[in-house]
Design a binder for this molecule. Sequence first.
Ligand SMILES: [Zn+2]
Ligand SMILES: [Zn+2]
Length: 420
Amino acid sequence: MKRFLHLVIFLIVVLPLCAIPVYGDVKPGTDVKSMKELINLAKDLSCEQVLISGDNNVAALVDVNSLAHLSWKKNKGKVDFTSKVLPAVCSIKGIAFFALNCQTSDYALSVMNGVYQEDYIKPFDFIIAQSELLGVQEKNGFYADKYQIAASWNMEHIQDTEKEQLYISKAGAERILDKALEFKMTHFQSGEDVVLAVWSDYPEIGLKDIYHKTLDSLKNDRTMAIFIDGLGWHLLENYCAVNNLDLAEMKYLPTRSVYPSKTKYAYYTLGTGEYLPEDSPGQIYPDKAFLNGVIIEEEKCYYTSPTAVLLNVDENDNGTIDDEIFDSAMKYIQDEKKLFILVHFHSVDDMNHEYGPYSQESMNQLKVIFDYTQKLIDTFVGRVIIFSDHGAHSYLNQGGTHGSVKAEDIVGVVKYVEKD
Ligand SMILES: [Zn+2]
Ligand SMILES: [Zn+2]
């Protein structure tokens, strides 16, 4: 019994002390209990460097491959590192934490000003940028940078107390940044919220506003909504640049998409004025004002609606459904009984994914969609609102992707077409 009690006490007291927290580009709350766990974690997250800090805040920054030459020794509830191979700075008594430098972090902070990306800060990079490099050591061909870890974190270049800034939380909420922004070693935080983006001079129009604008418009007149999937502000800027067009003359305004900047989330907000709930989402375009209308979609639609949803297939097998969607829309807009028409074009987003958002393919496809849009506007009698759900960014030269809080993903477009 006594031995059992000792074992329990050992498990409760000693083992947790030997778990070392891991900071930097990892999930908050990560820790490791052995060298093997640390090496596997670094491998799983594609991390190249590890910062090893002692409890005196002096740290060694080494290549992840160097870890194999270090031995992990438990000593009175603490962990010491020793190595005969690596530079002396790597032999550290009383390890306080590790910080991993990985290719990406789900908790990086996007700092935006207007439609532009000012900074995109991975937690690891933030630690290094604010700590002091004391020197570089070399032994047996291995290098180690010696650092003095910062005693406190300076947020002045991110949080501007003079200006109203918006932040986007990990849960997708948008709030005014009125509490101090704090750095928590793996993420940034304000109050209880994990913060992913800080936005100065943010676009006035959000996707919720587009829903309300559509509803208001419909209460006054027949309304056609043209939804161009994946048309980010930056894509439109690029389109204007390559085609010698004046962006201002295009009369588009930037919008704040939602986080995650994906169709599923954005479409829900565009179609309800609400953020997608975790439990059972409702229907899109639920207001009875939309009832006498039609939503013209591809083969499937993310959501159901009390309004008719017309699905289309690639009848002519040319690799896109947008030509069929355009034909359907042309038919419906001539039916004057339909008060609301939503036309959802997908091909620009498809090209963004396949070839990258600034590729010739995306630009050509956007031209096709703008031509369709112009024909629809010319034929339609009523008000027209054009909008996108999100943008896209290039991904490792393998096409593009979206979903992040980067400006390229999260700044969309809207245009209210005034017809004479
Ligand atoms: Zn989309
Ligand atoms: Zn997409």
